[in-house]
Design a protein around this ligand. Sequence first.
Ligand SMILES: NC(=O)c1ccc[n+]([C@@H]2O[C@H](COP(=O)([O-])OP(=O)(O)OC[C@H]3O[C@@H](n4cnc5c(N)ncnc54)[C@H](O)[C@@H]3O)[C@@H](O)[C@H]2O)c1
Length: 589
Amino acid sequence: MTDQITTVGVIGCGTMGSGIAEVCARAGYTVVVREIDGDAIEAGLARIRQSMDRAVDKGKLEAGDRDTAFGRIKGTTSYDDFKTCDVVIEAVPEKLDAKQELFRSLDSLLPPHAILATNTSSLPVIEMAVQTGRPSRVVGLHFFNPAPVMGLVELVKTVVTDGDVLDMSKNFAGTLGKTPVVCGDRAGFIANLLLFPYLNNAAKMVESGFATREDIDAAMQFGCGHPMGPLALLDLIGLDSTFEILDAMYRQFRETVYAPAPLIRQFVTAGFLGRKTARGFYPYEESGSPRVKESGHHGRELPAGAGSHIRKIGVLGSGTMANGIAEVAAKAGYQVVLRARSKQRTSESQAKIAKSLGKAVERGKMTQEQLDATLGLVETTTEMNAFSDCDLIIEGIAEELDIKVEHFRQLDAIAPEHAIIASTTSSLPVVALAAATNRPEQVVGMHFFNPAQVMKLVEVVRTVRTSEETVDAVFAAGKKMGKHCVVCPDRAGFIVNALLFPYLNDAVKMLESGYATAEDIDSAMKLGCGHPMGPFALLDIVGLDVSLQIINSLYEEFREPGYAAAPLLEHLVHAGYLGRKSGRGFFTY
Ligand SMILES: NC(=O)c1ccc[n+]([C@@H]2O[C@H](COP(=O)([O-])OP(=O)(O)OC[C@H]3O[C@@H](n4cnc5c(N)ncnc54)[C@H](O)[C@@H]3O)[C@@H](O)[C@H]2O)c1
């Protein structure tokens, strides 16, 4: 059926319009793209050309194919050129009245068979469809930014969309090399409804001074494997579009999580719209450039000799995290003593560390001699007294406050006066552990990610009593272990979990509402946002019980109604469907 489509019209050649025009031309369609004036069309075509050049530089496009594709695109300021279009996709700014006006004019101009599509991210497609005499031939074709790269297209059907039109649009998206996911006509569709509250939260974190833009972005990249951090992504999307999208979601759902962070409005008012104006959360070298202007920020400045007194590290615990941390510390050359509750557990930890190092040797990442030397640095014991000559002790035992407090009391009594005591807790207040000791200024959070051997991030959690020297020393030790450290205050969820878990919870609510399937939601987030896995695959790995506990602790801390745990998540936990570890969670294994 798509052989009926030969000419595609694109209205607007901004961030999205230029990307959509490029994608269509590269797929072999003749493309007409309209802008409001000559300068805008020139700028838009230049953007397309630059993007194609980048694809050639990266070896993703032949120079000859680039020229042919570029030759298929005609820029115009007139509507007359659209008379021969089979599909027209609009990508003008996110304002309903402007889009409605555009749909009325296009309808009177286009041949009767033409399909009219909107690239809106958040406005009701039906409101545009009813402006035309062909509401059944109107769909949403929601591309993701950058359109030439992202593999997803959300295909939005309204209550009047014709089945044939839907099929044709699906095929059309397929010919563009995109995976279409069909969804209902609701603000935000799948991906944005989950993505934007997360981005908004990140903006609120910067606004409140909770963490720096660099640390927030690094945390999500290194802690979750996202291709870019939320603030860099906001700059790419455009802060004006972001404001409109959040605002439209807020108007539809009336929930505070969608209310745009005041900082976003202030940036928009000041004309700081992100990359396109060379300034947003970050300053860029020039308009449209992805290169951040030298900001002078190179992470935390450590004083000379910071952490140099740390030679021996104690690890309390013998679980997944404790074993991983002991291994990482020994690999960095530290002397390590790991204390477990029983003889059996000490030998299990030894065996696990040896096995993990053995794999590194198999993969050629380490020699047998290095393995032997590393293992030689790790001592295991059942005695708490073994910590009496440690400079840094990292606690990695059960996530229960009473148990941790009791152990901090014991550690405080045993550890040398100068020693730092760190906790790997992911959800408990570190200050409560500090208060159990006589050295609160030397107590800090060191939140490693699982598996500690692989994940590069460590969140260094500073309580109201932690000294700067302690933070510096722990940063230096983290760095020596090859980790990227970020610093944040002692607030539930720190950076990563506070941003990640409300998003995961929202995904469960979306599934529960029947709007989309777990498979569709997972593919939307993978293909539309480049996440390494979708929310349900991730929840199943983390464990539904652990996830529920983190979501509840966030709700307790912030009392944000939108953070209340999704009932479906609670039910699955009650049913014993805990994810991969129990063979069934959102998916069955
Ligand atoms: N930015 C994103 O990441 C993203 C992703 C998916 C969808 N969208 C949606 O795409 C649409 C466009 O957003 P954008 O980020 O590309 O905005 P943009 O501001 O970068 O581009 C919009 C362009 O449309 C032009 N324009 C306005 N009226 C016009 C008209 N009547 N005829 C021709 N051109 C006209 C403007 O001059 C501007 O260049 C919005 O609906 C937005 O919600 C944006």
